[in-house]
Design a protein around this ligand. Structure first.
Ligand code: HSE
Length: 433
């Protein structure tokens, strides 16, 4: 068994968590690998900040190229984030025959096809467990634990910031902006938190899960996404009145040749497993044709949890290097990247809907609204009408039976032209199971 040498590019929060994991659990790790994993070099532009970790002299350097060009380094760990430099480093390292570990969800979501292809061409591996769900070993679970399954459904709460914000709004009645400020203070939000609250971060993670589960890197832009930034305390309260909670869900389903892929706030029944994932926790539900449902739950961000996930990839690779079978597992665990599977457009979705209309307070408005819905094949299952709201608008809140999204879009457009609504209609999709 040979000593496995690692070079880490990026010594920020995740870099420090990874180094700590490898150093503090060194004995456990080497007994599992069968040899030592040595951190040979760490590159970061900031050589001064105290990360609370003592390193031998000369390990921390500024020059990332020195890691990529070091023939003794077997595994390069990219933890700088961002697209341009990170991609350059990853591709250069793979072309030098080095295995790569990254936590870079945006890069894999945007450029995964190219990166996986270059890995295969150079007979190296790329590990990215930390890119989705922090500490939760969901990528390994799909690639290995569920490798005999055709995956049917993935449904995840994969953005801890949004989940934290929705939890505070639901449990403490906090306004949206105060809840966002709390998430930023606690340090798990992206900088800026826009990418968390507008659904981009969750869509990055969904793109990665889809590529692993279905063996098809999907164009990131083809994933429908909406964030939580338009939700109001009213919607949270009305959802509660109907027996639902609001969650930001990332959903992918295999629909016979097409993949449904969407990120948006969804109403889920209060007794649904996802409704009870709170605070900044993440959970990913995966359904396989053989295994049936399985659920992966845990901490989705932070120094130690993310360090745990990065270290797990390093350990898998060290084992492969030691066994002489370094290319045993292709990046997506599919021997060939699958083709001919496309993403289903959101207009083809079929689901129940929640609407909150801000209606003019005059006789006949409710019948006009229900008339337009009926003409568009949308059947109402329940209605709540509360007292007069601000500006004289009356909130009329409805749940529908299953309807087609294209009918919903058409109905809402028709209603907007009728002079009975005083504000934009809120539409939220309902996810029953
Ligand atoms: N900002 C991310 C989240 C953390 O809130 O889930 C790491 O992906």
């Amino acid at each position: 068994m040979q000593q496995v040498n690692v070079g880490i590019i990026g010594f920020g929060t995740v870099g420090a968590g990874t180094v700590e994991a490898l150093l503090n659990n060194r004995e456990t790790i080497s007994s599992r690998v069968g040899s030592e994993i040595i951190i040979k070099r760490i590159a970061d532009l900031d050589l001064d900040t105290d990360r609370g970790i003592s390193l031998p002299a000369g390990v921390l350097i500024k020059d990332a190229e020195a890691i990529i060009n070091d023939p003794e380094i077997h595994i390069v760990v990219e933890l700088i984030g961002g697209l341009t430099k990170a991609k350059e480093f990853i591709l250069a390292a793979m072309k030098k025959g080095k295995h790569v570990v990254t936590a870079n969800k945006a890069l894999l979501a945007e450029c995964g096809s190219e990166i996986y292809r270059v890995a295969v061409e150079n007979r190296v591996n790329i590990g990215f467990e930390a890119s989705v769900g922090g500490a939760i070993p969901v990528i390994h679970s799909i690639k290995e634990g569920l490798s005999a399954n055709n995956i049917k459904t993935i449904m995840g709460i994969v953005n801890g910031t949004s989940n934290y914000i929705l939890t505070r709004m639901t449990q403490d009645g906090l306004p949206y902006n105060d809840a966002v400020a709390g998430a930023v203070r606690l340090g798990f939000a992206e900088d800026p938190p826009t990418l968390d609250v507008d659904g981009t971060d969750a869509a990055h993670k969904l793109a990665i899960l889809i590529s692993v589960a279905f063996g098809v890197p999907v164009p990131f832009k083809s994933i429908y996404r909406e964030g939580i930034d338009n939700l109001t305390p009213d919607d949270i309260n009305f959802a509660g009145d109907f027996g639902y909670r609001l969650k930001l869900l990332a959903i992918a389903r295999n629909r016979e040749g097409k993949i449904e892929a969407r990120v948006h706030p969804a109403m889920v029944p209060k007794n649904h497993i996802m409704a009870n994932v709170n605070e900044a926790y993440n959970a990913i539900y995966v359904e396989g044709d053989l295994a049936g449902p399985s659920l992966y739950y845990g901490i989705g961000a932070g120094r130690r949890p993310t360090g745990s996930a990065v270290a797990s990839d390093i350990i898998s690779m060290a084992r492969q290097i030691n066994s002489g079978a370094a290319t045993l597992m292709p990046p997506l665990a599919h021997a060939r990247v699958r083709r001919g599977i496309s993403i289903q457009g959101i207009e083809d979705l079929h689901t129940p809907y929640y609407f909150r209309f801000s209606a003019v307070d005059e006789p006949g408005v409710l019948s006009k609204i229900s008339g337009v819905l009926g003409e568009n094949n949308i059947s109402i299952s329940s209605v709540i009408q509360k007292g007069r709201g601000e500006k004289g608008a009356v909130p009329i809140v409805m749940l529908t039976h299953e309807a087609k999204e294209k009918d919903v879009i058409k109905a809402l457009n028709e209603m907007a032209g009728l002079d009975i609504l005083m504000d934009r209609t809120m539409m939220i999709r309902v996810e029953q199971g």
